[in-house]
Ligand binder design. Structure first.
Ligand code: MG
Length: 383
């Protein structure tokens, strides 16, 4: 895998640069680690942003749509010579676009706050500017967290006190496609310990997908039905069939509004059932208790790292399982999400691997496992 090799090389190179910088000058070390771009600078926070189209390596197909690009908006917040990076990713089914994100970001005035350390006040203000717009809000949240982490000189997993040894393996998605392409994609996924498969069409297609993957490998599969199974008895039959084929969890088997039917499926399922489309934000979690075994947290759904951290606490208090997921994103938002990964049982952080024009280097996958670095903030370097 070219990506993985590049990332390992990058880790080695970053280590060498860090070692060299230590000898030269402590300030250079910090700049090299992605911290301060220059000594001093304006103590007024400035938010900037630009649209960016992520190009997909393969046509990406889920239950209801196919696409070759994903719209992104890249953000930066500057303060006192530091730069924090952020990102909004807008898959078409969530209703945000580059235009709507830019309209939202134009309304954000960070000059009214005296310091980036006022994270709670700043993000409460941003959340109140408009309802929804969760990806736009995440673009501010991620850049602010990156900025504050860089000022502190520490990554967020460390600031939060998470143990980086506890990160799960990430899954790698194999989308719906013809048998030949599925076989090819499955072989490409061989460095990964978990394959995520998108089901939710008809029974013949769903079983073809799983049987085709199984003709290539016995690697653990996690299944995302993307609300595709409409009948609870059919959903349970599929889950029982999948349970005999080394599948370890089922994401969003039924439409999100069918809560009672999903609860019945969960009660009878031999595999854990995880909410994705049904769980957007913190306030969704209590009503999902009992209907799902756990939730899939995504920064673009929940407005970013601040609320994701709160969702971890609430879900754990309710004895619900945790997954960290992503949209098609650059290594910026992926690395931000990875800061949460030590607290989760499953991770689906492959969005950056599915695009051909990443603009950051960040979180590494080593032998299939999410591997966090000591780089401050969200742990990225701009390419
Ligand atoms: Mg999903």
């Amino acid at each position: 895998m070219k990506e993985v090799t590049n990332r390992r090389d990058f880790l080695k190179t970053a280590g060498l640069l860090t070692a060299a910088a230590t000898i030269l000058n402590p300030f250079d070390l910090f700049a090299q680690k992605g911290g301060r771009a220059m000594k001093g600078g304006s103590k007024t926070m400035v938010l900037s942003f630009r649209p960016y189209d992520a190009q997909m390596r393969h046509v990406f197909t889920i239950a209801n749509s196919s696409r070759t690009t994903t719209q992104l908006v890249l953000t930066e917040i500057t303060w006192d010579g530091y730069v924090g990076y952020g990102e909004a990713a807008m898959p078409p089914y969530l209703g945000e676009t580059q235009a709507s994100v830019i309209d939202f970001l134009k309304k954000v005035d960070l000059s009214r706050f005296s310091s980036p350390f006022e994270i709670q006040d700043i993000l409460t203000y941003v959340d109140a500017i408009a309802i929804n717009n969760t990806a736009a809000k995440a673009a501010v949240d991620i850049a602010l967290h990156d900025l504050v982490g860089k000022i502190l000189g520490q990554p967020w997993w460390k600031i939060w006190g998470f143990n980086p040894a506890n990160t799960p393996n990430t899954s790698f998605t194999v989308g719906l496609d013809t048998e030949a392409v599925v076989k090819e994609k499955t072989r490409e996924a061989s460095p990964y310990k978990v394959i995520k498969v998108k089901l939710g069409r008809d029974e013949a297609t769903d079983k073809m997908m799983v049987n085709t993957i199984r003709s290539v490998t016995d690697t653990i599969i996690c299944v995302d039905a993307n609300q595709g199974w409409k009948d609870k008895h059919y959903a349970l039959d599929m889950i029982n069939w999948l349970n005999e084929r080394n599948v370890n969890m089922i994401e969003q088997p039924m439409p999100k509004l069918l809560l009672d039917e999903t609860a019945w499926v969960t009660e009878n399922s031999p595999l854990p059932i995880i909410a994705d489309e049904a769980c957007q934000r913190l306030t969704d979690i209590p009503k999902l208790k009992g209907a799902y075994n756990g939730i899939n947290i995504k920064l673009m759904k929940c407005t970013g790292m601040r609320e994701a951290r709160e969702m971890v606490t609430l879900a754990k208090a309710l004895h619900m399982k945790l997954m960290i997921g992503c949209m098609t994103e650059t290594s910026c938002a992926i690395s931000a999400a990875a800061q949460i990964a030590p607290e989760t049982e499953w991770a689906d952080l492959d969005g950056n691997l599915l695009i051909s024009n990443d603009v950051f280097k960040g979180m590494l996958i080593v032998d299939g496992k999410i591997t966090l670095s000591d780089l401050p903030g969200i742990g990225v370097v701009k390419l």
